[in-house]
Design a protein around this ligand. Structure first.
Ligand code: ADP
Ligand code: MG
Length: 229
């Protein structure tokens, strides 16, 4: 499905070994249009993070297909998958996942450096300014507030100009007003760049900002609805 940003078909996925093995995703099929913003909601443990990581190519399904930006991820080997992720998918986590021994600027430049881009630092600096942190380039993550760290993480996610941006409870570690400004930033960047956004959230106000809400329950899609106008 070339016309879709993301197309999952009959995805089954289990994680863990032996008695800890859990059947997490059970026959999930889902298509997300290009440029669409989808809010992924559901109870804790319903499989939201696992589904998001499957779309992002960080988890492989046991069966079913995952097509992202026209590429069947299930057909790629680890190296090809890592390259694809680096170029086409931006990922934002609840707990930021910045590298503590690198400055903010170095964190943002890293994906471009790994991709061998010659202008990594210039582009990273421009992205730091785009997220309002032009004055914090050389700070380490521990010297930044939670909201600032999440802005750095967003800059790092968006700097390769990914087609798909996925965010797993990006405001979960932030107070309400900081979270709100991070969300505004995420949606503004997505609008400017025309990226597709899939956002896991507990916050129904946040989900309402999306074009569509998909609800998971026990590893199955329970409801899928366009946002009320
Ligand atoms: P959510 O993000 O909706 O809270 P998750 O996708 O994180 O849900 O997890 C879904 C279920 O799978 C949970 O019951 C969780 O305990 C289990 N799970 C997640 N990761 C693993 C793993 N690596 N090994 C075993 N079970 C896991
Ligand atoms: Mg989760």
């Amino acid at each position: 499905m070339q016309d879709k940003a993301i197309a999952l078909q009959d995805v089954d996925l289990s994680l863990g070994r032996g008695p800890a093995r859990v059947h997490i995703l059970k026959g999930v099929s889902l298509a997300v249009g290009r440029g669409e913003a989808v809010g992924l909601v559901g109870p804790s443990g319903s499989g939201k993070s696992t589904l998001l990581m499957t779309m992002a190519g960080l988890e492989r399904p046991d069966s079913g297909t995952v097509v992202v930006d026209g590429t069947d991820l299930t057909g790629l080997d680890e190296d090809a998958l890592a390259r694809f992720r680096g170029r086409r998918i931006g990922i934002v986590f609840q707990s930021f996942h910045l590298i503590p021994t690198m400055t903010a600027l170095e964190n943002v430049a890293l994906p471009l450096e790994l991709a061998g881009e010659p202008d990594a630092f210039e582009r990273a600096e421009a992205e730091m300014r785009a997220v309002g942190l032009g004055h914090r380039l050389h700070h380490y993550p521990s010297q930044l507030s939670g909201g600032e760290q999440q802005r750095v993480a967003i800059a790092r996610a968006i700097v390769p100009n990914p087609a798909i941006l996925v965010a797993d409870e990006p405001t979960g570690n932030l107070d309400e007003s900081t979270g709100r400004s991070v969300v505004d930033l995420l949606f503004a960047l997505r609008r400017e760049r025309g990226a597709t956004l899939v956002l896991v959230t507990h916050d129904l106000n946040l989900a309402r900002l999306c074009d569509r809400t998909v609800r998971l329950r026990s590893g199955r899609i329970d409801a899928d609805a366009a946002a009320a106008a």
